[in-house]
Design a protein around this ligand. Structure first.
Ligand SMILES: [Zn+2]
Length: 435
């Protein structure tokens, strides 16, 4: 199948008309088929048959991750179980997992949405797509897989892990597009360099489609320099489908939402009020044609904004900005709200440090203590007298000015912070534990 170009360039009023139809159908299907929604709509006084404009959706109550957990495993299904072709689950690290179910139709549009990402990267039949997202219940591996098949590319379902084999396959199969988390891509590059290879010269990558975790512009630039390819950000979550809800185009100026399948709102996370385009807040998603696991106003906890105006690429689907962390990543340190992304932004202003860092939270007496462990770049002279102390002091002063919170900075040698095959572990909260 080809990228449906007409849909991607449709005048926005036509997209909105299509979205209104999708919302009307979805709220009614949820109300009539999912007891959770019937109860929640009735309690909020929201009449699903009364929706006549996109703005009317803001009268509907939110649904959050805990609601989906409470209905585990099949309470949120809007179709008979027999119509479900595939099941995925979000990682249940903090308790019960949430279930995403897919009908034949749902799998088809998921493939199309991720396939758009590959098409945005200019990918197609002549490409070899190496997928090192984890396969299994996590949506990363199979989402990318279906997208790659849809795009007509040759697909290598290698899954995550065994980095030396990844490197061999990258070379021997001449992979042109790499799909994995950005931190794993960096780990592949660094491992290849440690093996004496030059990822820019010895590999044939043109593009990387990297998501499932937030990453900074500096981190992107470092990846692009190492592999000599273009990095496109991809967004999605199991609760709304999986990766492909929004994907960046080659302009690298925000991620185009698949607006024919999703309606996005940005809300103030504290008040729930819908914010105008351009303002940062929490992303809320309503599915427009998902059959098995539709969601109405799902609170993603992800912090972004709708980028006002049109993209230079000419596609008319609106864009979300690259994520600025999650509302639940928000750290409350000595009563001050701090996002890890704010710490990252400060670190980006220092050329001497790399993008690898970890934030450790401990307590001393009744006070929170924040320690930022960051790696210096390989060309930094670690042994020069006083250089480390001086740099630590400068970074610490900048952080204090930016966050209004004191941060201990401890610089470490390159490659000394543990790498992971999946999402990078940026925050280690040891508060409440015995030291
Ligand atoms: Zn674009």
């Amino acid at each position: 199948m080809e990228e449906r170009d007409d849909v991607l360039h449709m005048p926005h009023d036509q997209i909105e008309a299509m979205q209104l139809e999708g919302i009307k159908k979805t709220v009614v299907a949820c109300y009539e088929n999912v007891p959770f929604y019937k109860k929640s709509f009735d309690e909020a006084g929201f009449d699903p048959y009364s929706v006549s404009s996109l703005e009317d959706l803001s009268r509907a109550p939110f649904v959050c991750k805990q609601d989906l957990r409470d209905e585990y495993p099949f309470g949120m299904l809007a179709v008979p179980r027999e119509d479900v072709r595939e099941i995925h689950m979000s990682s249940g690290t903090t308790g019960v997992a949430t279930v995403g179910a897919y009908t034949e139709h749902d799998l088809k549009f998921w493939a199309e949405c991720f396939g758009r990402g590959i098409a945005y990267a200019g990918g197609g039949r002549s490409d070899v797509v190496q997928i090192c997202y984890g396969y299994g219940l996590f949506t990363g591996g199979l989402g990318a897989h279906y997208g790659s098949l849809f795009s007509g590319a040759t697909t290598i379902p290698i899954s995550a892990g065994n980095t030396e084999r990844q490197i061999r396959v990258l070379r021997e199969m001449g992979s042109t597009i790499l799909c994995c988390t950005p931190s794993y891509a960096m780990h592949i590059a660094d491992t290849a360099i440690a093996m004496g290879l030059d990822p820019a010269r010895d590999f044939h990558l043109r593009a990387g489609i990297h998501g499932a975790e937030a990453f900074s512009d500096n981190f992107r630039a470092e990846l692009e320099r190492k592999f000599d390819y273009k990095v496109l950000d991809v967004y999605g979550l199991t609760e709304t489908m999986g990766p492909g809800v929004a994907v960046e185009c080659m302009e690298q100026d925000g991620l185009h939402i698949a607006e024919d399948h999703f309606y996005c709102e940005i809300i103030d996370p504290a008040t729930g009020e819908v914010l105008p385009d351009g303002e940062w807040g929490e992303l809320v998603i309503t599915t427009l044609d998902r059959e098995a696991s539709p969601v109405v106003r799902y609170r993603t906890r992800d912090i972004t904004r709708i980028i006002p105006g049109e993209c230079a690429c000419g596609r008319t689907h609106r864009r979300i900005d690259r994520l600025h962390g999650r509302t639940d990543d928000m750290l409350i340190i000595r009563g001050v709200n701090v996002f890890p992304s704010q710490i990252e932004q400060v670190m980006e202003t220092f050329d001497e440090v790399s993008s690898w860092y970890q934030i450790e939270l401990t307590t001393k007496g009744h006070l929170d203590v924040v320690t930022l462990k960051a790696e210096v770049n390989p060309d930094f002279d670690f042994d020069s007298t006083g250089a480390i102390e001086q740099l630590q002091g400068r970074i610490s002063a900048e952080l204090k000015a930016a966050l209004s919170v004191g941060v201990r900075v401890r610089l470490v040698e390159p490659m000394s912070i543990p790498r992971s095959e999946g999402k990078a572990k940026r925050v280690i909260d040891l508060r409440g534990e015995n030291q």
